[in-house]
Design a protein around this ligand. Structure first.
Ligand code: NAD
Length: 315
């Protein structure tokens, strides 16, 4: 299958390199000039796994303006606030046969994709995997080969032939896909998961295990989960996990699965980049407003992360 990875950051590189190794034709498209320059100078990307086995992987890299290919599937892995710019700059090679797939965190991206792609060409998903971009031209895949998993669901909730082909390619690439049958429920369940772990670990600049092992972690998580689940019930969003299962997933993920990992939101803040908090806790709080529910904790968390960003800007 012919793929274009829109955004060749940590996740774009991980998905793209694994799909390339599984035999697909992959082109990476990026706009961050120091990264583009480094990849061209090196003749590829240096890939590691858990900081070890650093080796060069050759990739095809283009900018939105230089690319003129016709991929079957575009995979979007930008940060939420970068997506509009990427869509605008890439739109010259979009056509109505192409599919758009994304496992970006947060919410807000689907509406933006819908401005360029028909609903029956959009496949959404969520990625439970940790990947780090230590600097331009370098990517670190955290976890062993086959680590992590992803959920995917077409926006129509009716998987077609291309959905199944994508699923098969992701499976061949050892990415452990699961096809779900509720689009919004799948995405929102991950938004709630991130609204606990990403936000708290970023605010305190701590690895996930430090939060998971904190005796008050379950109470903090439960408060955020309860608000978000109350809002989703009002919005008629059917989450794919119960409150108890979400709490359990957060506990296992932080304490057992990835105790040493810092979430991607932390990585942005410590590189003085804006975080995605407005698209995670901020999104939940805004959704609450539409249903006359004041998500006080999510609002507070959104501002607390902005305060942490503000503090770093003034260092
Ligand atoms: P990323 O920041 O690594 O890359 C996104 C874009 O930002 C790329 O175009 C990249 O070249 C550019 N970029 C990277 N560092 C930059 C810098 N210092 N200055 C300017 N531009 C820079 O993002 P990602 O981690 O690949 O995340 C993409 C999406 O996937 C996000 O929604 C994220 O929340 C989600 N996600 C990430 C992970 C993870 O472990 N990284 C896991 C699950 C979901």
């Amino acid at each position: 299958m012919k793929f274009a990875m829109i955004g060749a950051g940590a996740m774009g590189l991980r998905y793209g390199i694994l799909l390339q190794e599984a035999g697909n034709d992959v082109t990476f498209i990026d706009t961050w000039q120091p990264h583009i320059d480094k990849i061209r100078e090196q003749g590829g990307v240096y890939q590691m796994r858990d900081h070890k086995d650093r080796h060069l992987v050759k990739i095809k890299l283009e900018t939105p303006e230089s690319y003129n290919g016709d991929p079957d599937m575009l995979i979007f892995f930008t940060k939420q606030m970068q997506l509009n710019d990427y869509l605008k700059r890439c739109s010259h090679f979009f056509n109505d046969k192409q599919y758009a797939f994304t496992c970006m965190n947060g919410m807000g991206h689907i509406e933006k994709l819908q401005k360029y792609f028909a609903d029956d060409k959009i496949i959404g998903g969520t990625a439970l995997i940790a990947t780090v971009l230590p600097g331009p031209g370098e990517v670190d895949f955290m976890g062993k080969r086959g680590a992590g998993k992803l959920n995917m669901c077409p926006l129509t909730e009716k998987p077609d032939e291309m959905t199944h082909r994508l699923f098969d390619e992701l499976q061949k690439a050892d990415m452990n896909p699961t096809l779900t049958d509720d689009f919004t429920g799948t995405l929102m369940t991950k938004v709630i998961f991130n609204s606990v772990i990403n936000t708290i670990c970023t605010m305190f600049e701590i690895p996930m295990g430090e939060f998971g092992n904190f005796p008050g972690a379950a109470d903090m998580a439960r408060q955020l989960i309860d608000e978000a689940y109350d809002i989703c019930a009002r919005a008629d969003i059917h989450l794919v996990s119960s409150r108890k299962e979400e709490l359990h997933a957060i506990d296992i993920n932080t304490r057992i699965d990835m105790p040493l990992h810092y979430p991607s939101m932390y990585q942005d803040m410590t590189k003085d980049r804006p975080t995605e908090v407005d698209y995670i806790n901020g999104y939940i709080a805004n959704l609450g407003r539409q249903y006359h529910y004041e998500a006080k904790t999510h609002l507070f968390m959104t501002q607390a992360v902005h305060l942490a960003e503000f503090h770093r800007q003034n260092l």
